[in-house]
Design a protein around this ligand. Sequence first.
Ligand SMILES: Cc1cc2nc3c(=O)[nH]c(=O)nc-3n(C[C@H](O)[C@H](O)[C@H](O)COP(=O)(O)OP(=O)(O)OC[C@H]3O[C@@H](n4cnc5c(N)ncnc54)[C@H](O)[C@@H]3O)c2cc1C
Length: 283
Amino acid sequence: MIPQEFRYLRPASLDEAVAALADPGAKLLAGGQSLLPLMRLRFAAPDALVDLQDVAELKGVEVRGEELRIGALTRHVEVAGLDTWDALRGAAQQTGDRQVRRLGTIGGAVSHADPAGDLPAALLALGARAELVGPGGRRSVPLEEFFTGPLMTAATPGEVLESLFVPLPSGGSGSAYCKLAQDASGFALVGVAARLGLDKGGTCRMAGIGVTGVGFTPYRARAAEELLLGSRLTDADIEKAARAVLEDVEVAADAYASAEYRAEMCRLFTRRALAAALSKAQI
Ligand SMILES: Cc1cc2nc3c(=O)[nH]c(=O)nc-3n(C[C@H](O)[C@H](O)[C@H](O)COP(=O)(O)OP(=O)(O)OC[C@H]3O[C@@H](n4cnc5c(N)ncnc54)[C@H](O)[C@@H]3O)c2cc1C
């Protein structure tokens, strides 16, 4: 279908983008890989599209202090080439097909807040935060508080996601992303990202688990993480964490997977992601 007619704006700076977004009928356009299909189906019909591609402040990847700053306009293909965290690289590599990865952006994926989005799971496991800029200034939101419902976020209507900040790895840490993809679309039936940090004696001092495709938003599995902290990460410890990964989560059911199957796969993929993160942490 052809989208409804809209005005096309192309701001040259973040200030201009924020000003353009003051129009309640305006919507930001990044890679267009989620928004344009919605517009073609007329599930979205903005009066104006604010194309972010010339906004330099949203670009670039660099180390800032103890964090990696990833500009919101960074394409999936660029994230797939980063050598900091395997979970982040793996999630980007497993997002969509080559065309989607070349056009889609990390800021678009996080702002779209698809309950089955891959990058959100990795960012949650890594303890990332989002930096937003709007008419009221700049603010930082832990990603754990960012996803408020299916396709809903903590960003207010006038705010632009400027960048994502991911803590840098320290010694003895490893991460992984494991995904069970739906055959037709490639979206996650279940996706689990895990991050582990070990002290010199091999005890777990840091644990992060991000889950996608299972609940109504990507989420961080805090109860499972807490069971790992202070443990030796034996098979039995990992099993206990896998059993806790669905605590307080209403597991989704749809035409592709029953809630029971999803729950079983979620536990299995949690074991796999934790085992893979552990093997990397020991290298
Ligand atoms: C065929 C296909 C397969 C796909 N497969 C997968 C998959 O396997 N896994 C997966 O996770 N995703 C998948 N996707 C989605 C893809 O990852 C999108 O790229 C991503 O969800 C949105 O990024 P974008 O840059 O294209 O955003 P856009 O489509 O441009 O925008 C998406 C939404 O975010 C808002 N937005 C964009 N940038 C900002 C910003 N900086 N600040 C605030 N709001 C902003 C827009 O207004 C819009 O509401 C697939 C998409 C397609 C078309």
